[in-house]
Write a protein that binds this ligand. Structure first.
Ligand code: ARG
Length: 463
């Protein structure tokens, strides 16, 4: 019979089947929670002593024993195996080994159900803080690059067809804003992670005169669950986190896709530095964008964890059901995946790629992405926009047939098209002017972009 089974075996006659022991156990993955489990138990012990449920000397013994387990764990000396079932039993057993029978008092007035909920929330709280910090670092890198490229032009696309040229800074700032929403969203999720279920007991509360607010305060929880059933069975916060994490991955994946396209020979807008590119085992000329490809590929894992969690929850009657043990691996993997992708992308953007100014300049010169500006030119001189649009459509068609660009038309050709054209049409359709002219709020005009950069810097100062 295993250690754990000895804990609850008085009601049982024979031991659990070894395969079922392994099937039932979560220790292989919930050991990740150990530091939070210890912290939670210490707060619980202090609360029990403060409320006179155990003596203050007993409280101190419990705390000392729990701190010793923390040291043992940090020194690699505490490695519970599958016999312990889960991290909560593992800690309790070790506590009894260290301090004797007093250790058996730690579980007074609580259950593993409120305990695991507390641990998961403490874990997620600190992970959210780390991820928000990483988002800030990534945003800083985006802003640093954007600041260097306000006047660098890049083709802008819709339907992946050349649409209108852009300031490269404007393009990068779009990602800054996505990350800003991600940062804010995680802050919002945090408020619902930051609620204490400790003391909800198995499902109904406890007969002991505990002080849930006190243990919550020791653990820096903002508030406590008002309903014990809800407290032990709520995993909304895990789902909310995975949803926010999925959006971060969507944003990183879209950027990855762009970097992959940009680094292809066909686009040639960026080159990958050797520190962030990989080679092929057979084609010596290759330099592959593995980093953004992996980020794009890993995105599906996080979506999968979100989906798994939603499905796991949807049919659960109140309150705790063992299905809930399945919340952990997906959550941990979701957290680890987002963190790994954020740091890889921060390195890739910060030091792993270079924009090819020459290719970008050639690209914006060699297309019809200034066609709207010809129509706008006429519209600004009184020609109804739709009429102007149709005229320009015609001239684009004939120019393509003649192998010309709009800038190659002579003034008399322009005048033939419409008498309102003057010599200043050439300036109006130069890519630089095309970008500069889009000076509406939130547009790509250089003045707007400079203002947007300033605003972005001050958004970063908010914590
Ligand atoms: N290992 C369990 C989990 O992760 C801890 C809670 C067990 N509670 C129970 N009633 N069996 O969910």
């Amino acid at each position: 019979m295993t250690q754990t089974q000895q804990t609850w075996s008085q009601r049982f006659e024979s031991a659990l089947h070894p395969t079922i022991t392994r099937f039932n156990a979560s220790i292989n993955f919930d050991i990740e929670l150990i530091e939070y489990d210890l912290t939670g138990s210490i707060a619980h012990a202090k609360m029990l002593a403060k409320c006179g449920i155990i003596s203050s000397q007993e409280g101190e013994q419990l705390v000392t024993g729990l701190e010793q387990i923390r040291q043992e764990y940090r020194q690699g000396k505490f490695n519970p195996d599958v016999d312990s079932e889960d991290v909560h039993f593992a800690v309790e057993h070790r506590l009894v080994e260290i301090i004797g029978d007093v250790g058996k008092k730690i579980h007074t007035g609580r259950s593993r159900n409120d305990q695991v909920g507390t641990d998961t929330r403490l874990y997620l709280r600190s992970q959210i803080e780390l991820i928000r910090q990483q988002l800030r670092e990534f945003q800083t890198v985006l802003l640093d690059i954007a600041e260097k490229h306000v006047e660098t032009l890049i083709p802008g696309y819709t339907h992946l067809q050349r649409a209108q040229p852009l300031s490269l800074a404007h393009h990068l700032l779009a990602y800054f804003h996505m990350m800003q929403r991600d940062w804010e969203r995680l802050g919002d999720v945090y408020t619902r992670v930051n609620i204490s279920p400790l003391g909800c007991g198995a499902l109904a509360g406890t007969t002991f005169p505990i002080d849930r607010h006190y243990s919550a305060q020791l653990l820096h929880f903002e508030k406590v669950y008002d309903n014990s059933l809800d407290g032990v069975s709520d995993r909304d916060f895990v789902i909310e986190f995975l949803s926010a994490a999925s959006l971060i991955m969507v944003h990183l994946s879209r950027l990855s896709e762009e970097v992959i396209l940009w680094s292809s020979e066909e686009f040639g807008f960026v080159t990958l530095k050797d520190s962030c590119a990989t080679g092929s085992s057979i084609m010596p000329q290759k330099k592959n964008p593995d980093v953004p490809e992996l980020v794009r590929g890993k995105t599906g894992r996080v979506f999968g964890h979100l989906q798994a969690m939603l499905v796991m929850m949807k049919g659960l009657p109140l309150a705790y059901n063992k299905d809930l043990q399945e919340d952990k691996e997906g959550l941990f993997d979701g957290v680890n995946t987002v963190k790994a992708c954020l740091s890889a992308m921060t390195i890739l953007l910060g030091e792993g790629l270079e924009f090819c100014d020459r290719r970008l300049a050639e690209a914006v010169e060699s297309d019809f992405s200034n066609a709207t500006d010809v129509a706008d030119y006429l519209a600004a001189r009184g020609v109804p926009f739709r009429e102007a649009y149709n005229l320009v459509g015609k001239v684009v068609k004939t120019s393509i047939a003649a192998g010309k660009l709009l800038k190659d038309l002579s003034l008399s050709e322009w005048k033939q098209l419409h008498p309102k054209f003057e010599n200043d049409i050439y300036e109006a359709i130069s890519p630089r002017q095309v970008v500069a002219a889009r000076n509406s709020y939130g547009g790509t005009g250089f003045e707007q972009v400079a203002l947007a950069l300033q605003a972005a810097r001050s958004q970063m100062e908010v914590n």
